[in-house]
Ligand binder design. Structure first.
Ligand code: MG
Length: 368
């Protein structure tokens, strides 16, 4: 069972509305799709959505690194040799987690297809009955965010996550306005995406103490673990670390410092499912609940995250909402209200529309 061909597609997915967070505004989503084929005709799909502010990778750099450095390492490999393949990736090049994730996801899709099992069955089975997704609201005026939130709750979403992090004063208004709009029973999560400093973060957390926020995510710069720890130590609130943890080495530091209460795992930070499983296991040892986050990913990486989410009991929330943000996707993710449906088909369980992938591709290559 050998890999004989890897294709790489640099594509752009059209968004329903611009995605706005503290450090970037995106009009469309640059993404890289990978297609791995074995000698006997099995095909696995993967995806990279690099984020230059988080992983230090761009759309173009990710494409080039997959093409020149990583994909050639897969030729003649057995797709089940996932540990060995990650060792080869890491020996070849440091970092570049989303490039590695694009191939890791395609390998898991292949493993599922070859063994005739949905991906979650290979990595833990169904630890949860279902995967409930939140609605994620971009940074806007407080009033608009409140209207968005109320509309989503009326549409049946049972969790709201809001993006903040421009400045503390406005963010306090945003959090209060959204809490007022959705009533007291809907869980509310706040993500500052590194947008505050320690003083500002403490001010926002103090001033919104009556808003019953589940957790405040990445309030300060990714590298500033000491500030994260200080915020966690002196405030009543739960603190989630996101950009501050990419891999198990980062997580060891967070655990040793007791710098966060909850962890946001993303396949694009970890380098794929295999290293994400190590993160989840380490977090479990430290009794630190996890979320699987995303980078506004298409059906491919979204379903990879969904399979991971459902398969580990320590992962109790997720933000697998990318497909809700596109005008058209490369495959269908079935949402039943705010619950992701698993098709039961092998691997990722999605059927990729190859014609559409090619239509939105700006440049591509084939490694064989
Ligand atoms: Mg985040």
């Amino acid at each position: 069972m050998k890999i004989k061909k890897v294709e790489v597609f640099a594509a752009r997915l059209e968004l329903k509305e611009p995605f706005i967070i503290s450090y970037v505004q995106l009009e469309d989503m640059p993404t890289i799709f990978t297609r791995i084929e074995t000698e006997n005709g099995y095909v696995g799909w993967g995806e990279a959505v690099p984020d230059q502010n988080v992983t230090g990778e761009t759309w173009e750099s990710t494409y080039q690194i997959i093409k020149h450095e990583l994909a050639p390492l897969l030729l003649n490999e057995n797709p089940f040799s996932i540990d060995r393949i990650h060792q080869k990736f890491n020996d070849k090049i440091f970092g570049v987690p989303s490039a590695k994730a694009a191939l890791d996801i395609a390998l898991y899709d292949l493993m599922g297809k070859i063994s005739g099992q949905p991906l979650y069955q290979l990595i833990g089975g169904k630890a949860h009955d279902e995967i409930q997704v939140p609605q994620v609201i971009s940074i806007k005026d407080p009033k608009e965010m409140a209207e968005d939130a109320a509309r989503f709750v009326a549409a049946g979403f049972r969790n709201i996550k809001i993006k903040v992090g421009t400045n503390g004063t406005d963010d306090i208004e945003r959090i209060k306005a959204v809490r007022n709009a959705i009533g007291k029973d809907i869980p509310l999560r706040v993500d500052a995406n590194q947008g505050w400093d320690r003083i500002e973060a403490l001010k926002v957390i103090r001033e919104t103490a009556d808003c019953d926020v589940d957790w405040y995510e990445q309030p300060v710069k990714a590298h500033d673990m000491k500030a994260l720890k200080e915020i966690k130590t002196v405030s009543h609130a739960k603190i989630m670390v996101d950009e501050g943890v990419h891999n198990i080495h980062d997580l060891v530091d967070v655990i040793e410092m007791r710098a966060a209460d909850v962890l946001n795992i993303k396949l694009m930070k970890s380098g794929g499912i295999y290293p994400a499983l190590a993160l989840a296991n380490l977090a479990e040892a430290a009794e630190m609940p996890c979320q699987v986050g995303s980078m506004v990913e298409s059906a491919i990486a979204t379903m990879a995250g969904a399979h991971l989410s459902i398969s580990k009991s320590i992962i109790d929330t997720n933000e697998m909402v990318g497909p809700l943000m596109f005008t058209k996707d490369v495959a269908k993710v079935q949402y039943d209200g705010d619950v992701i449906q698993f098709s039961g088909a092998p691997g990722l369980g999605v059927e990729v529309d190859e014609e559409y992938v090619r239509e939105i591709t700006r440049f591509s290559c084939e490694i064989r």
